[in-house]
Design a protein. Structure first.
Ligand code: FES
Length: 313
């Protein structure tokens, strides 16, 4: 669903992170949303970027995100920092959730790295509101560069938050946090790939589904990506997918309508059934067992391990 919002407030959190608050342009209230949700902003320069909402999602008065101005990046965050101002009207898609809480978990371990604190903050606020058992581990390069440190030091659940700042020689002890799996525990991590890879490797002995990851880092292609073809079962049309171009982009270039939201492999809006071929899954939506089943793929980022794929569309 797309709707217009007005940028109602910008707050500086750190030298390179600002919070942005949006209200619906038609004046209607923001509907409740699930903790860990995100919105996708259609920027005036044509870029499409997805950001986590920082609130718990119950009776929200506005939609709030935090954006790190990435000097080396694809330019979306830089555009936001340099160009957006209060009063601007923007189109957004959402609200979507790809980082939901484990429904049956009795204990929750939240791990944030840098700007990855945004969805973790949302989850923590919600868990606190329902009286859940949880703890937050928040790692950043320095206190000065970490968003929401002041907020997290004041919240009612501040005793459940542990900070780790590189420049204060504090290292997050993932071995200690993840070494033993206790039944009914779920882990959530959002941060840079290095942190998420670490969490993944140190939680390899945890049951599938008990570790949830969220990231909005761009999904870069691989240097050895190969071309392949995609056939649409309904029309028989065949499209060449070259290296460096997604299936989604090629189909759209040829007038095929494909739904999408984040276009970064995190929301699941472009998941499409596969009839033949083996996809090279690169999304962060499907679980490992769903990827092994090979019956759905994300057209915005995944490629093919076989010379051709047949899509059920
Ligand atoms: S559009 Fe979000 S996963 Fe593809």
């Amino acid at each position: 669903m797309e709707f217009d919002v007005i940028l109602s407030k910008i707050s500086r959190e750190t030298e390179s992170i600002c919070s942005y608050e949006f209200r619906r342009a038609d004046g209607s209230p923001v509907a409740d949303y699930m903790p860990g949700s995100n919105i996708t902003i259609l920027l005036p320069n044509g870029m499409v970027r997805t950001y986590s909402l920082t609130d718990a999602g119950v009776k929200p008065d506005a939609l709030r995100i935090a954006v790190l101005n990435q000097a080396v990046g694809r330019g979306g965050s830089r555009f936001i920092h340099q160009n957006l101002k209060p009063g601007d009207v923007l189109r957004v898609r959402g609200i979507a959730n790809s980082f939901s809480l484990h429904e049956t978990a009795r204990r929750h371990i939240l791990v944030a790295g840098g700007i990855g604190v945004t969805p973790i903050l949302s989850l923590a606020k919600h868990l606190e509101s329902i009286g859940a058992d949880f703890e937050v581990h928040y790692a950043a390069r320095s206190r000065r560069e970490a968003a929401f440190v002041d907020i997290l030091a004041r919240v009612p659940f501040k005793d459940k938050v542990t900070f780790y700042f590189d420049d204060e020689q504090q290292r997050i002890d993932l071995d200690g946090i993840l070494s033993s799996f206790v039944s009914g525990t779920a882990v959530y991590c959002c941060g840079p790939s290095s942190l998420m890879n670490n969490v993944t490797s140190k939680s390899g002995h945890w049951p599938e589904g008990s570790v949830r990851l969220d990231s909005f880092e761009p999904l870069d292609g691989n240097a050895d990506d190969q071309a392949f073809t995609v056939k649409l079962a309904s029309t028989g049309q065949i499209f060449d997918i070259p290296p460096g171009k997604s299936i989604l982009r090629v189909l759209r270039d040829h007038g095929v309508c494909v739904g999408s939201q984040c276009e970064q492999g995190v929301c699941g809006a472009c998941l499409t059934p596969i009839l033949e071929g083996r996809p090279d899954h690169r999304d962060r939506v499907l679980s490992e067992s769903e990827k092994r089943a090979n019956d759905l793929m994300a057209l915005c980022c995944s490629r093919s391990l076989t010379k051709s794929l047949v899509l059920d569309m």
